[in-house]
Design a protein around this ligand. Structure first.
Ligand code: LIP
Length: 278
């Protein structure tokens, strides 16, 4: 029997294999975070501000996933929220993008709205992603071009056609000056939409939008690890996920909205300077 020829990194079969590993690691990571919460919340550090917290669980989860990937996928790259970029082999085509605990403040307060978010990028494009709510056990997955799922069942986004009927999720930065600007954006947005929701985890906000439990989501100031996996879930569920003026989602703005209202919501956010401020 001839030697098995490894699948090229870009093949759908390989993407599915990468998703399988991502799901396994996300489940193990969520269990680790849950198991150590009572201890983890006694060892808290802060980052950009006194309310931008990192717990021992954030660090432990990232170390766990990093060690597993070094063992199982030694040549791959890893970008993690706490440790930053870890180089892989020269020319490595696969990069893992991890937020060990997205919604850290919720985790700290015992609110069941925090997630392990793990995306897999091949040749610069996210092709697979998993978001696992560590508080509820709900799990969203997506493969590029193959749909979005929650707990293995297909999901689709909202079909809302009027901005005034849209329930819109958002989030805020940690710096007081940015929060003041974002409050001004909200003041302009509130009269134009059904209502606003703020749950505290970008990854989960994108998944809620993917399954139509909110109609749209936007936020300024996110890092790639906050939205890489959730944005794929949202895209595969039928949402337009963009940044400003056709740019890809990024630190200036992440906007996920159904096709029928995306442009109007985008233009209103531009008018309100949602990507501006400190
Ligand atoms: C969180 C984001 C959320 C944002 C929070 C915070 P973290 O990420 O997921 O959307 O509004 O301020 O940045 O810090 O919990 O990983």
């Amino acid at each position: 029997m001839g030697a098995t020829v490894p699948e090229p990194a870009g093949s759908p079969a390989r993407h599915s294999e990468l998703l399988g590993l991502a799901v396994r690691l996300a489940r193990e990571a969520a269990l680790l975070a849950s198991s150590m919460r009572s201890a983890a919340i006694t060892d808290i550090a802060t980052k950009s501000t006194r309310t931008d917290v990192v717990t021992a669980a954030d660090t432990a989860v990232e170390r766990y996933v990093g060690a597993a990937l070094r063992r199982l996928r030694p040549g791959d790259r890893l970008l993690g929220e706490e440790a930053g970029e870890r180089a892989g082999d020269l020319g490595a085509s696969v990069r893992w993008i991890l937020d060990p605990i997205d919604g850290t403040v919720n985790y700290l307060y015992g609110l069941p709205q925090w997630a392990v978010s793990l995306a897999v990028e091949v040749d610069g494009q996210v092709v697979a992603g998993v978001v696992r709510n560590g508080g509820t056990g709900q799990e969203w997955t997506a493969l590029r071009g193959a749909g979005a799922y929650r707990d293995g069942r297909p999901i689709r986004c909202s079909e809302v056609t009027e901005l005034g009927q849209a329930l819109v999720a958002t989030g805020f930065g940690y710096a007081p000056a940015r929060r003041a600007h974002q409050a001004g954006v909200l003041a302009g947005l509130l009269p134009a939409v059904r209502d606003i929701r703020r749950f505290g985890s970008a990854a989960l906000d994108l998944c809620l939008a993917a399954q139509g439990q909110v109609d749209a989501y936007f936020e300024k100031g996110l890092n790639l690890w906050d939205h890489a996996a959730g944005a794929l879930v949202a895209t595969e569920a039928g949402l337009h996920v963009t940044g400003l003026a056709g740019a890809p989602p990024g630190p200036d703005l992440v906007l996920a909205a159904p096709p029928a209202i995306h442009q109007r919501l985008h233009d209103l956010l531009v008018e309100l300077d949602a990507a501006g401020g400190a």
